[in-house]
Design a binder for this molecule. Sequence first.
Ligand SMILES: [Zn+2]
Length: 173
Amino acid sequence: MNKNRMGKLGKLGITEENILACKLPEYEQGKNLVQAEDDMFGRTQHMTPATLSCWLRLKQSAENEGITLQLVSAFRSIDYQCELIAAKLEKGQDLAQILSVNAIPGFSEHHTGRALDISTPDCEPLSEAFEKTPAFKWLQANASRFDFTLSFPRGNTSGISYEPWHWACQSLD
Ligand SMILES: [Zn+2]
């Protein structure tokens, strides 16, 4: 990891020890990202071209079966991940607790442009309650046909909590 990055992490109180304890891989920031639809909050979202193509097919296929999938978040830059953590620290949250739900900047799959947070109407976004929705059941049964996999299943060993809403596209082109 370069000095500049280490400096930014240091400002957040993230130490070399935190980084060594991180079981997630370090990700390159995605390149050649394309603009997708706005997310459910009206923010512009970007993802890799392959992810966009898989996502559009996934969403349409779900819609055909009466399931509405909504985009909560796609690409996030390493700097944006720093800002997210800084904002939580400012609100008084504890770093260890933050790092159980937010990856250390540089280690979030969202940096690649292949990871999507997905929700459905009448469900609090980014909540475990998503697993009780027909949308989640549908994703479990069908997402693999569109090259999407659940990155943080219950009981995963990555150090990140169970995230039924976080799906990553495995298609690399
Ligand atoms: Zn996510």
